[in-house]
Design a protein around this ligand. Sequence first.
Ligand code: G3P
Length: 216
Amino acid sequence: MRIFLDTANINEIRQAAKLGIISGVTTNPSLVAKENRCDLRDVIREITSIINGPISAEVLSSDPRGMIEEAQQISSWSPNVVVKIPISAAGLEAISALCLRGIKTNMTLCFSLNQAILGALAGATYVSPFVGRLDDIGHDGMALIAEMVKVFRQYGFPSQVIAASIRHPLHCVAAARAGAHIATVPYRVLMQMIDHPLTERGISLFAADWQRIARG
Ligand code: G3P
C-alpha cells in the first residue's frame, strides 16, 4: 500500500516529505480553504515542487463541460496533477471524456460499490471511497474498500483504490489488510502511525543503560 498525504498545508507536506515515504498528495476545496489559500494553482504548483508523485486537485464545476474545461486547465499545471471529480452523472461524463484525452482523474466522494464500479468503467485512474464519513453515519467504510478491491481485481479494472477520509491509525491498518492500493492520510494520522509506546520506552531504556555504563 502506498501512502498519500491528505492536506493542502505546505508545512505538513514539507515535514512529511522528509520521511521519504509519501508517494502523493490529495487536496479538496475544504482543505485548501482551511489554509486560507484562494489560488488553487499556486497551492498545487507548490506541492508539486515538494512531492514527485500524483497530486489531486478538485474541480468545482457541476456540469460536464465546465468540469472538462476546468480539468484541462488543472492538468496543464504539472504532469503530476490528477483531476479530482465528484461522482455524479456529470462527473462520469467528464471522467470518460478526460480518460479518452489521457487526463488522469480521481473520482471522489464515493460511498457505494455501484458508484465505484461506474467510476472504474468510466476510466477513472483512482477511485476514492470516503471511509470515515461512512463510519460517521453507521456504515462500515472499510467493508466498501474490501469489496472494491475484490471486484476491481475480479474484472481486471485498472483503477486504483484510494482509502480516503482516514481518521485514525486503525483505518490505515484496515485499509492495508483490505488491499487498498493507497491510503491518503492527514498529517496527524501519519504521525500517529509512527508512534508506539514500547518504541519510546525502548529508546529511553537503551539510552539510560548506555549512560550508566558510560559513566562507569
Ligand atoms: O480525502 C478525503 C478527505 O479529505 C475527507 O476527509 O475527514 O473530511 O471526511 P474528511
